[in-house]
Design a protein around this ligand. Structure first.
Ligand SMILES: [Zn+2]
Length: 211
C-alpha cells in the first residue's frame, strides 16, 4: 500500500537513462555484463565475481555506495543469487562473512554494503551470516590511494570476533564484499582468517577492478 503510494508520488526512474517506472530499464540492463566467473587466488579456494566491469555497473555501485542509495541492491539481487546458485550449491555447508566497515563509515553511510549483499543472499537462500571479522582501525578510502598505499592502508586492520566462532563450526566461509579494486582489503581479511581458522575460504564480490 505504502509502496504503491510512493510509486505514484515518486515513480522510480532508470538510474542510467532516467526513463520512468523502473530502477534499471530493459534497455540499460542489457549493458550490465552479467558474466559470473571464478578465480583461483590464495588464500581462497576460489573467488567469484558476478559481473564484468561496465559503465552501467560502475554507475550503480557508485550511487549505491557513495550516494547512499541502498535500495539499488535490488537491481543486482537476481544476478547475485544466480551466481551463488552456480558456485555455492549446498547452503548448509557455507556461512557468509561480510567485510566489516569501520563504525564511523557505517554512521556516515547508514549501512554496510557488504552486509546488504549478505542479507540479500541470506533472505532468499537461507545462508547463515557470521560476523566473524571486526575492524580494528579506521582506514582511508582505497579508491583514493596508489598501489603501495592501498596495501599499507589495510594491513592488520581486522581481527576475529571470538563470540562468533560458535556459528562457524566446520562450515566453509564465503567472504563477501561489493567490489575488488586492488583486492588488498579482501586479501587482508582473508589472511586474518587463514592464520587462525582452518575452514575453507571462498569469496564473492560484484566485480573486479572497478573504482
Ligand atoms: Zn535505462
Amino acid at each position: 500500500m505504502i509502496d504503491s503510494l510512493l510509486k505514484i508520488v515518486f515513480p522510480p526512474r532508470c538510474i542510467v537513462c532516467k526513463k520512468n517506472d523502473t530502477l534499471l530499464c530493459d534497455e540499460c540492463s542489457k549493458n550490465l555484463r552479467f558474466e559470473p566467473k571464478d578465480y583461483v587466488c590464495y588464500p581462497f579456494i576460489y573467488a567469484v565475481s558476478v559481473f564484468q566491469v561496465s559503465t552501467t555497473l560502475r554507475l550503480i555501485v557508485h550511487q549505491f555506495k557513495y550516494k547512499y542509495k541502498e535500495y539499488l541492491i535490488s537491481i543486482l539481487s537476481d544476478y547475485l543469487l544466480m551466481t551463488v546458485d552456480i558456485y555455492f550449491k549446498e547452503q548448509s555447508d557455507y556461512v557468509l562473512v561480510p567485510i566489516p566497515l569501520h563504525q564511523k563509515r557505517i554512521d556516515e553511510r547508514g549501512f554496510n554494503q557488504a552486509m546488504l549483499i549478505c542479507e540479500t543472499i541470506s533472505k532468499k537462500r537461507n545462508y547463515a551470516i557470521c560476523h566473524l571479522l571486526k575492524r580494528t582501525k579506521e582506514t582511508k578510502q582505497q579508491a583514493l590511494l596508489n598501489k603501495k598505499e592501498r596495501k599499507d592502508n589495510v594491513s592488520n586492520i581486522f581481527e576475529i570476533d571470538s563470540n562468533e566462532l560458535n556459528k562457524l563450526g566446520s562450515k566453509n566461509i564465503i567472504l563477501v564484499d561489493d567490489i575488488i579494486t586492488s583486492g588488498e582489503t579482501l586479501k587482508s581479511a582473508a589472511l586474518t582468517i587463514k592464520n587462525l581458522i582452518p575452514n575453507k575460504l571462498f569469496a564473492i564480490t560484484l566485480s573486479r577492478g572497478i573504482k
